[in-house]
Ligand binder design. Sequence first.
Ligand code: PAF
Length: 287
Amino acid sequence: MPTNIATTIADARRAVAEARQRGLSVGLVPTMGALHAGHLSLIRAARQENGFVVVSIFVNPTQFGPSEDLARYPRPFAEDVDKCRAESVDLIFHPDAAEMYPDGHVTFVEVHSLQEVLCGASRPGHFRGVATVVLQLFNIVQPDAAYFGQKDAQQARIIARMIRDLHVPVRLRVMPIVRESDGLALSSRNQYLDAEQRKNAVALSRALQEARRRVEQGERTAAVLVKLLTERIAATPGAVLDYAAVVDEATLQPLTRLAGKVLMALAVRYGATRLIDNTVLEIRSDS
Ligand code: PAF
């Protein structure tokens, strides 16, 4: 089947309805384009698990703050289409902002308590924009399953909570982080880094790995791990820490002692580019 492109909600709905009539299950991969190997891993999972795969490509204005990179966010649409074709995607949904946010749009989704912490603290309104557009996409495509990356751990948690709280009939699939050979987590924003910043960007994954090893060796005090992460970033040329956090994976609230499912997360600025990375550990009560 060729990869079709729909730019209107009506056309996307029609294509999905036809797939449903053919008895196919529907998988949705929401993206903002600039597709890299991380996105391709989501598309491959969707392809494996569904008869009909939809990739949305929409740089969502409501999740960018006034001083953020909306205008310069990469939009290599022709290359993205080629990548989707190579992965046998059935439908690309590529609306413009007026299609998603028609005049008079005033309805937003807020996932309180999860949206204000970590990245939400330095990007106010970001997760309100994310949750709103993701619910719009769910309502338009009505997928059986939707695929997100673990790199955006807070986003995945927020969407999981939104699905639960609003009884959205979709199965959430969160896929592992894809990394460069030196450990840098793939991100569309990595292309903003100059050679020096790119070399030093490996500090995030290295610091998280070191903290992880310390936990595996028995460290259970969150403050010790936060200090270690903070020091490793402080020692990295050109890196400015936004946050180093050791939190409960479900509530995203800071921990004192590690227990249960723990998220260790970093956000670091290299010039105007903000990178994030994380690792999740399960602490058994007897360990
Ligand atoms: O992760 C992203 O690329 C975006 O936040 C998403 C989920 C496509 C919503 O715009």
